[in-house]
Ligand binder design. Sequence first.
Ligand code: SF4
Length: 308
Amino acid sequence: MHDIFDEIATLKARENATILAHYYQEGEIQQLADFTGDSLKLAREATKVETSTIVFCGVHFMAETAKMLNPDKRVLLPDLRAGCSLAESCPADKLARYQEMLRINGRRFQTVTYINSSAAVKALSDWVVTSGNAEEIIRRVPADHEVLFVPDRHLGQYLEEVTGRKMILWNGSCMVHEIFSVGDLLELKRRLPQALTIAHPECPANIREHSDYVGGTEAMLRYVAGFQEPTDFLVATEANMLWQLQSKFPRHHYHPVPGITCACNKCPHMARNTLENLRDCLVNGSPEIHWQPEFQRAREVLQRSLLN
Ligand code: SF4
């Protein structure tokens, strides 16, 4: 293990590279990254990177976002097949047809798009949000416009609840957050009645309503940081988040919500990145994310939404 850590450190220096890793990456990848974070934090960190190369340990739309915000940098993704079921649930051509249908029907709306989407979908949007800034951005949509929220219907429902604003919701979801079992969660709560449940807003309503706190991964870290005494937390998000919680706040005890420790609650797309293909992408300078025509319009939307 240490050999490959040393090898990656040497290659990183040789290639003048910075490694960014999402909280849903395996702990060993988070451990050697220069920066870890959720989508919003990593997108912002990417704009501050001083090296000529960014290696993005996350999924494709995240590396694409880093490239759009840093056109002059070389952006590498260890495995180009690291996709996202949520992003795939909203193809750009289908969204364009739906928007056209709404316009023909005289609806005035702005499209608010979760960052888990392709560049082509971002280019069709008025705003791009993450779970960290969605509430604030939705409040910027003029009151005389409807909100078309894509692609995650569960996050959209949650945002309807917290902003009080009815929205047109796209019918997409994340394959990882959708499969927590509410029955097993309730059983765990019975066994650990003192525990607090924290859930990601991509979880369905039946999980959120049994949770003490709902927030994105960065918000979860802030919430947990507020407890000084050792506390038990039941965690309903992707399994690797437990590594980040454990390493930052080891005074607490973390229990995965049932199902989270089995392969079904680990994101199979995130899991495509390994230490070996991280090393190989530094050796080969590929796979690389190349600039695409739709990136220019998507970049404008990203900058307006995430950096201002
Ligand atoms: S956890 Fe869900 S939303 Fe995140 S990358 Fe995996 S499939 Fe996409």
